[in-house]
Design a protein around this ligand. Structure first.
Ligand code: UDX
Length: 464
């Protein structure tokens, strides 16, 4: 029987920790390596250091079995490993290009500690051309090391990270080294086999428990979901995929503005447009716009790397501009319906960049709350998960509330800025008596207009 490779995962963020926990549950010995001892201590205690549905259960099981070995030591993990996945962060540079400092320092630590034959897999999103430079860097740091380099972009979505890792819609791997490609593919084949046998009803987390019903598992044979290609192609797949999705949303938002003027309903329009199989309905949901740790960074990263290669991408510049305009669009809606915004009491519901996560990176909801304050409104905000995380980016004059009711109490206007279930399921009829005004902006088009109107509010969506 073939022995399973020993794996190290460097970086324990959404991608790294989810991958590590799944691989360890699938029977691999996995070192989860992070330079932050606080994060490693939390993982050692059987928990994730960020909120992601179902992940705690996977982490605790993996730690219990001894397959998941959290550590801050490269010396302890890398020399034992046959495959190392680099999943470290790439924060933004002021010019919008990604800061690759952590990518290079992880590669250096790997190079110094690796044994011959190691396969270095890059999961972090890097600009096209980076892999080739990293290979040269590793060779410079450890000239005698025999290693292979594979690009393996990650497509998991926050909020359904586990589901996406267990049910990969595609595995993209790019390298000059065919043997290394096969080694990486065999790891994911093992994960796919493991995922077939899980009893998802055993999980207490709502999303994991129900996600297989909400988003059915792929029926396409696994081998047809594997795409082997050249190194640079694989690097370009990830950013292009995210840029295209961002483009779709910005397109829907542009048409939404037109729909508002022309008395059309964007949901009806996009239902019609999206039913064309060549277009598809997904990511044509108009709203406050896109945020998060990926889209804004990947789009600006693509623009800046294209510039380096001398290729202008005006189509992506336009998508960014459209996205930025959505915050002002919502502020203007509120101002218009009230006849002014100064001293107006506005309740902002939702702060995370999307539901199901406490991630507030580049959150449009936070931008909206801050903008409303800037324009003179008295702003209160509430989020079911992201209150702590929001504090850093939120203007300190925006008051945080402990619940939906506390937030909307005595407000002149309510804005739903993130489409959490908690807001959809709230009893707005009984809440209305505590609310001062009747302006209700559903900036995610996630509530039923008729229910909000029946509750006594003036409902306004985006593009409807
Ligand atoms: C994204 C990609 O979907 C994923 O494949 C990749 O690996 C990482 O980046 P994520 O950042 O978790 O995932 O969020 P996603 O679900 O794609 O949503 C991004 C943003 O777009 C959110 O702010 C969301 O509210 C917004 N959005 C999404 C819309 O406004 N309309 C839509 O139709 C879809």
């Amino acid at each position: 029987m073939e022995t399973k490779p020993i794996i190290s995962i460097v970086g324990t963020g959404y991608v790294g920790l989810t991958s590590a926990a799944v691989l360890a549950n699938a029977g691999f010995k996995v070192f989860a390596v992070d330079i932050d001892p606080k994060k490693i201590d939390i993982i050692k205690s059987g928990k994730s250091h960020f909120f992601e549905g179902g992940l705690d259960e996977f982490v605790s099981k993996a730690v219990e079995t001894g397959n998941l070995l959290p550590t801050i030591s490269f010396k302890e993990s890398i020399p034992e490993s046959n495959i190392v996945f680099s999943c470290v962060g790439t924060p933004d540079n002021p010019d919008g290009s990604p800061n690759l400092e952590y990518i290079y320092s992880a590669a250096e630590s790997i190079a110094k500690n690796a044994k011959d034959g190691i396969v270095v897999v890059q999961k972090s999103t890097v600009p096209v051309g980076t892999g080739r430079k990293l290979m040269a860097h590793i060779a410079k740091v450890s000239p005698d090391l025999k290693f292979s380099y594979v690009s393996n972009p990650e497509f998991l979505r926050e909020g359904s990270a586990l589901f996406d890792t267990l049910n990969m819609d595609r595995v993209v791997v790019g390298s000059d080294d065919k043997e290394a490609l096969e080694k990486v593919v065999s790891v994911f084949t093992a994960v796919n086999d493991f995922a077939q046998d899980i009893d998802y009803s055993e999980f207490s987390d709502y999303r994991l428990n129900n996600v297989s019903k909400i988003t059915p598992f792929s029926k396409t044979p696994f081998s047809e979901r594997v795409f082997k290609m050249g190194l640079e192609s694989a690097e370009l797949v990830k950013v292009s995929a995210n840029a295209f999705l961002a483009l779709k949303i910005s397109f829907a938002n542009s048409i939404a503005k037109l729909a508002e003027k022309a008395d059309a309903d964007i949901v009806e329009v996009m239902n019609g447009v999206g039913s064309d199989f060549r277009i598809g309905r997904a990511f044509l949901y108009a709203g406050l716009g896109w945020g998060g740790g990926c889209f804004p960074k990947d789009v600006s990263g693509l623009i800046s790397v294209a510039e380096e290669y001398g290729v202008p991408l005006p189509i992506m510049d336009a998508a960014v501009e459209e996205n930025q305009s959505m915050v002002d669009h919502v502020v203007e809606k509120i101002r218009k319906s009230n006849g002014g915004i100064s001293k107006m009491k506005v309740a902002v519901l939702g702060l995370s960049f999307k539901p199901g996560t406490s991630d507030v990176r580049k959150s449009q909801a936070i931008k909206l709350a801050n903008k409303l304050h800037e324009k003179g409104a008295i702003v209160k905000a509430f989020d079911p998960q992201a209150m702590e995380e929001a504090k850093e980016d939120l203007n300190r004059n925006v008051e945080l509330s402990g619940s939906i009711s506390e937030c909307v109490n005595c407000s002149d206007a309510i804005v739903v800025a993130t489409d959490w279930n908690e807001f959809k399921e709230h009893n707005w009829k009984s809440e209305k008596k505590n609310v001062n005004g009747n302006i209700f902006v559903d900036a995610r088009n996630c509530l039923k207009a008729s229910e909000i109107q029946d509750a006594g509010f003036e409902y306004m969506g985006i593009g409807r």
